[in-house]
Design a protein around this ligand. Structure first.
Ligand code: CTP
Ligand code: MG
Length: 229
């Protein structure tokens, strides 16, 4: 049974505000898509990689992915995205190979995600037979507020987790959850949970943060400029 990774890279990056779609924005000399694919192709086990790219950049995405797939072997597909993240994931699910049993969904925008986090998600899905999501504890105090900004109550942050990608699932759960989806939710685990399947958290990695704003891009540049010890 094979592992497939769907890398969603078809967003426009409105909040980043760059002229290029976010996955094609350079980060210290290499695009977010190149960097996120490096971590996916660095996995121990990713037999099918599906890149979901903007319709008008399929050739560019295919060139980037083919170059990196070379040594790793395995199957590579590049498909056009939809109007929402969820629609883009669905386009990826449509081309899963028949022998895939475990599916990871990953944001290209999480360009610095270590391969080891992807491997840990695969291992946890296999061990549990359930959905697995990397998450980080919150550090700030969290408040519930009304639309006017009035604080209604504190929220116990120990009950919360800030979740990242890659999120991994047994194929049948993810496919059933998408088939049952009645609304747009912000991540895949939300759909799987809504469909009644179990999802659990494993420790996330601070490097798997999502590059959303110009400040995030700056942070990523600084991290790359500073050798880790
Ligand atoms: N994504 C996608 N298709 C979409 C929307 C988003 O494949 N229609 C992908 C993005 O490329 C990104 C990931 O989903 O890798 C997470 O989305 P987000 O960070 O929100 O990226 P964008 O939607 O591009 O950014 P923004 O919301 O600021 O426009
Ligand atoms: Mg978005």
């Amino acid at each position: 049974p094979l592992v497939a990774v769907i890398v969603v890279a078809a967003g426009s990056g409105t909040r980043l505000g760059h002229e290029l779609p976010k996955a094609f924005v350079p980060l210290s000399g290499r695009t977010l898509l190149e960097r996120s694919l490096d971590s996916v192709f660095g996995m121990r086990d990713a037999s099918q990689v599906i890149v979901v790219a903007p319709e008008d950049r399929l050739d560019e995405a295919r060139a980037i992915a083919t170059e990196r797939a070379g040594a790793a072997g395995g199957y590579l597909d590049v498909v056009p995205g939809g109007n929402s993240r969820q629609a883009s994931v669905e386009r990826g699910l449509a081309v899963l190979r028949p022998d895939v049993d475990t599916v990871l969904v990953h944001d290209a925008a999480r360009a610095l995600t270590p391969s080891t986090l992807c491997d840990a998600v695969v291992a946890a899905v296999r061990a549990s037979g359930a959905g697995v999501v990397p998450g980080l504890d919150l550090v700030d105090s969290i408040k519930r507020v009304d639309p006017r900004g009035t604080v209604l109550a504190g929220v116990d942050r120990r009950e919360l987790s800030a979740v990242q990608t890659p999120q991994g699932f047994p194929r049948r759960m993810l496919v059933a959850a998408f088939a049952a989806a009645t609304e747009e939710l912000t991540d895949d685990a939300a759909l799987v949970t809504a469909a009644g399947f179990p999802v659990s958290i494993i420790p996330g990695d601070p490097l798997a943060f999502k590059i959303t704003t110009p400040w995030d891009l700056r942070r990523a540049e600084l991290l790359l400029a500073t050798p880790a010890d």
